[in-house]
Ligand binder design. Structure first.
Ligand SMILES: *[C@@H]1O[C@H](CO)[C@@H](O)[C@H](O)[C@H]1NC(C)=O
Ligand SMILES: *[C@@H]1O[C@H](CO)[C@@H](O)[C@H](O)[C@H]1NC(C)=O
Ligand SMILES: *[C@@H]1O[C@H](CO)[C@@H](O)[C@H](O)[C@H]1NC(C)=O
Ligand SMILES: *[C@@H]1O[C@H](CO)[C@@H](O)[C@H](O)[C@H]1NC(C)=O
Ligand SMILES: *[C@@H]1O[C@H](CO)[C@@H](O)[C@H](O)[C@H]1NC(C)=O
Ligand SMILES: *[C@@H]1O[C@H](CO)[C@@H](O)[C@H](O)[C@H]1NC(C)=O
Ligand SMILES: *[C@@H]1O[C@H](CO)[C@@H](O)[C@H](O)[C@H]1NC(C)=O
Length: 838
């Protein structure tokens, strides 16, 4: 493995090397606790040594020290059976506290084998296991047979607690326990979401329980043969129809490449063996190969497919479909395309299911729907991981907060509950903060870099999608607006997609600048033709931008869907992103007045989205990279790929998978996956601080308390010393009253709960007010408490939004017309200031 090259690629992906200094080619876990509970001596398992229990006694707090042993462990083919010979029995809530040297993802592996010891019958033991943040097991009873339960959790604090709580009157026990660091590349943040189809973000913050880890078509792989000490089983017991597939093996053909999966993702014995659809004798074969797994209903699962084409003799021979239950994961998958035309390269794909309704999960592969392709399909490996639910549980609906009572004193429980609540709240805050640090490449997919128009990232899509959308809603929507632009025109405008005209690159594709025949400057965002994700966003963006015309929203000039292309053509924004004017480029620094005007413009754009149409539209990805500036530094909000229509009047939120950009993400949305306009308000609040401080919203190179801008700035704002952290070029140039108003506005936007945040209309008004204070249009009595002023004025603003959407009143209620000009808004606001402000 060429480490240097991998680093380079990751770096190119827009991530800082300093984020993951611990990735090494031979993974060596920083935290590595292996404890053989109840044992009086060290025990070797494969090449690992499990520590004697007494050496770990400082880690354990338990009401009674009970070590149990048995000589009756059933003979097993694995090497770990000696771990099951001893156990720790807990008669009350007990916990291990592991000091964590490096935060991040850790395995927690728990070994259980119930036996009878003295008066304790472990087969009847009924107990729960949890960490500070996640419920791992609830009301678990293991009747016989040794088992190992594997979890992986993201640890944010410098200790990890593993708490064992017997149900009332019962006992808990454990035979061995592992807490081991996991390299961060193992779980990337984003995956294809199967239902509703889209993108799932936030994987790095969840806990997982391994349901199945299968070396398809190959042998069992013992932990000492896996770089991350995982156990892989063979697929025989899961394969539904034994005759549907045959196994194949060619381990030497596996060539890891920086583009594909790393060796830590799965060892070569997984990638070098596979099951292949049994279609050799029949060129008309048309069936799926299906594996069946038992799962717990009411959870979502992360399904990871491992592929490596060691069967094809040449490129572009193998096309197949992949399904989970009845969901199509990918159609006409051509591995050689995903891996820049190489065979034998390991590749993996993550997908997240919807809530599973029954206790069976089916994974299928089947032939592609393409003509002139021999029907075939392969699968090399498969992992199914149960995902922690919205309350942080892998078992049951209750969060750790209502951890079940125990036989120990209630005081003890109280302490745990307290700790757990605190940790839970902290975890959510820290979670948002650290998620970025965990964002890594996923297969060959790179995070957007310095995109000029921020490009939404994309998964994979087939060739047939093109025809699908050209018959779909877009055509009708678009034909109403006449936006469709011939491919030849785009080609000409962009000098045939001249690489030197590229102004941005991202997962979606590239952005080219260009000039139309009539001299109009354009930016053409060209989607990757294989991106299914891209298609959804392409459609959303066209639909949104066709409906919304506003001088503070970037306008769509047209689109092109000829030849399976997905090209969006926007007005060219001469001055790039707001972000690039704040830091990280050589644009001259903006004055305070210019910054306020940009914020006001962007706020107007968002206010229009929220109120200018019958249903509020939630942008969902408000950030400084999505606020573009034209040649006059007028701000326009861009990138509607993630937008969602907001709740109907009788609902208060839209329930949806968490999307957006980290550092800007509303913690309430993150926690409850419920979307309201107030999520945009939160993100906008972060933008306001970014504008004031001119630094990235997440900067992992800074000392810990400074990493997250929102947190850091709020700290100073609460102390009333925001002036201490402002952009150095602004020092002495902002009037105190203007800064105070601005700080208060941002603070309100960042309120923990959406209901406490102002509407975009309020924000807009307050920013206008901050501008007027700066310009000294309004003189403020220093004693005047401007906080009160916001309070007094808010109702007016709220009424104002009612008027906007009301049937009779203004022009605001007519969508699709470029009517809500900044000028008219400004006038209304000025009037408000005159009537109310004085
Ligand atoms: C047991 O451990 C030995 C030595 O590490 C190894 O060679 C052998 O394959 C292991 N057996 C099983 C079944 O894991
Ligand atoms: C047992 O393992 C611990 C930790 O791995 C080590 O420090 C200790 O020396 C070992 N003891 C023996 C007797 O091998
Ligand atoms: C098993 O437990 C019994 C009773 O506590 C003890 O006497 C014995 O030494 C233990 N055996 C081993 C192998 O630890
Ligand atoms: C232990 O508990 C199990 C499950 O409740 C029961 O079936 C078994 O008979 C018990 N064994 C003894 C020795 O009490
Ligand atoms: C374990 O305890 C829970 C809670 O008291 C109870 O609902 C469940 O039935 C118990 N399980 C068994 C197998 O006894
Ligand atoms: C626990 O069990 C005891 C007796 O078995 C009972 O008195 C007590 O109320 C129970 N506590 C809870 C919280 O169920
Ligand atoms: C394969 O399975 C998918 C999902 O259940 C189904 O839609 C498709 O029709 C199946 N294909 C064949 C050839 O049976």
């Amino acid at each position: 493995m060429d480490c240097r090259r991998r680093f380079g690629l990751l770096f190119w992906g827009g991530l800082l090397i300093s984020l993951f200094p611990y990735i090494s080619c031979l993974f060596n876990p920083v935290d590595n606790y292996l404890i053989d509970c109840g044992s009086s001596g060290n025990v070797s398992v494969g090449n690992r040594v499990f520590m004697a229990d007494n050496l770990a006694s400082n880690l354990l707090s338990t009401p009674e020290i009970i070590s149990a042993n048995t000589s009756s462990v059933p003979a097993s083919s694995s090497n770990d059976s000696s771990l099951f010979e001893t156990a720790r029995i807990f008669t009350g809530t007990s916990k291990f506290t592991f000091p964590i040297k490096k935060t991040g993802r850790h395995w927690i592996r728990l070994y259980f084998y119930p036996f009878v010891f003295s008066s304790f019958n472990m087969s009847a033991a009924n107990f729960s296991v949890s960490t500070q943040n996640f419920v791992l097991l609830r009301d678990l009873v293991i009747v016989k047979d040794p088992i190992v339960k594997e979890f992986s959790v993201d640890v944010k604090s410098d200790t990890l607690e593993v708490i064992f709580a017997p149900v009332n009157g019962s006992i808990a026990y454990v035979n061995a326990i592992e807490v081991v660091s996991v390299p961060d590349i193992l779980i990337v943040d984003e995956a294809t979401l199967l239902e509703p189809s889209g993108k799932f973000q936030g994987l790095t913050t969840l806990a997982y329980e391994t349901v199945a880890r299968v070396n398809v078509g190959g042998p069992k792989v013992a932990p000492d043969k896996d770089p991350l000490t995982r156990n892989w089983v063979s697929d025989g017991s899961f394969l539904v129809n034994k005759n549907s597939a045959t196994s194949f093996s060619n381990i030497p053909a596996v060539k890891y490449s920086p583009e594909g999966a790393a060796p830590e993702i799965a060892p070569n014995v997984v990638y070098g063996t596979l099951m292949e659809m049994n279609s050799k004798d029949d060129p008309n074969s048309n069936f799926n190969v299906t594996w069946k797994f038992k799962v717990d209903p009411e959870f979502q699962y992360l399904v990871r497919f491992h592929f490596c084409d060691i069967v094809s003799k040449s490129l572009h021979q193998l096309y197949f479909n992949v399904y989970v239950d009845s969901w199509l994961v990918v159609r006409d998958l051509d591995l050689s395309v995903r891996l820049s035309n190489a065979l034998g390269t390991p590749y993996y794909m993550d997908s997240v299911t919807g809530l599973i309704k029954n206790d069976i999960l089916l994974v299928s592969i089947g032939p592609a729907n393409l003509a002139n392709v021999y029907p075939n399909a392969i699968l090399n490996g498969l992992e199914i991981m149960k995902m922690s639910n919205s309350v942080g549980s892998l078992s049951g609906e209750d969060s750790v907060i209502s951890f079940p009572g125990s036989t120990s004193s209630n005081k003890h429980v109280g302490v745990i509950i307290g700790v757990v609540i605190g940790a839970f709240v902290a975890a959510i805050l820290v979670g948002v903060l650290f998620v970025l640090c965990r964002r890594k490449r996923k297969g060959m997919h790179h995070a957007p870099t310095k995109s000029w128009i921020s490009i939404s990232t994309a998964g994979g899509m087939s060739h047939t999608m093109g025809s699908k959308y050209s018959n779909g809603t877009i055509t009708s929507a678009a034909s109403n607006y006449g936006y469709r632009i011939p491919f030849a025109t785009v080609q000409e405008a962009t000098n045939n997609f001249d690489e030197s005209w590229v102004i941005g690159i991202g997962g979606f594709g590239k952005v080219y600048k260009g000039v139309l025949n009539d001299g109009t400057k354009i930016a053409a965002k060209r989607g990757n033709p294989r991106s299914q994700q891209g298609l959804a966003e392409f459609q959303t963006e066209i639909e949104m931008l066709s409906q919304f015309r506003h001088r503070h929203l970037v306008s769509l000039i047209g689109y092109c869907d000829e030849r399976n292309e997905m090209i969006l053509i926007y007005e060219y924004m001469e001055q790039g992103t707001l972000k690039s004017h704040l830091y990280g480029s050589d644009f001259p620094s903006l004055s305070w007045k210019e910054r306020l005007e940009v914020c006001i413009g962007a706020a107007r754009g968002l206010h229009y989205l929220h109120t200018g149409y019958a249903k509020p539209v939630i942008h969902r990805d408000v950030k400084s990279a999505n606020i573009l500036l034209d040649e006059n530094l007028m701000a326009k909000v861009a990138d509607f790929g993630l937008s969602k229509t907001g709740p109907d009047l009788d609902q208060t939120h839209v329930s949806t998978a968490v999307k957006g950009s980290f550092g800007y993400l509303d913690p309430e949305y993150f926690r409850r996956q419920q979307l309201t306009e107030k999520s945009d308000v939160y993100s906008f609040g972060v933008v306001l601080f970014e504008v004031l401080c001119a630094r990235p919203v997440i900067d992992p190179t800074l000392p810990r308390e400074m990493v997250n801008l929102a947190e850091w700035a709020m700290k100073w704002q609460k102390k009333g010393q925001l002036d201490q952290i402002i952009d150095s070029t602004l020092v002495g140039k902002i009037r105190a009253t203007s800064l105070r108003k601005f700080g208060e506005t941002a603070e309100k936007c960042l309120a923990d709960y959406g209901v406490d945040r102002p509407s975009m209309g309020d924000v807009l008004w307050n920013l206008e007010y901050a501008l007027q204070l700066q310009e000294a249009i309004i003189e403020v009595d220093p004693e005047d408490n401007s906080t009160n002023m916001i309070g007094e004025l808010s109702p007016q603003i709220n009424n104002f939004s009612d008027i906007e959407t009301g049937a009779s009143a203004t022009r605001f209620d007519v969508p699709g017309v470029d009517d809500l000009s900044g000028v008219s808004m400004s006038r209304v606001f000025s009037q408000l200031v005159k009537s109310e402000g004085r």
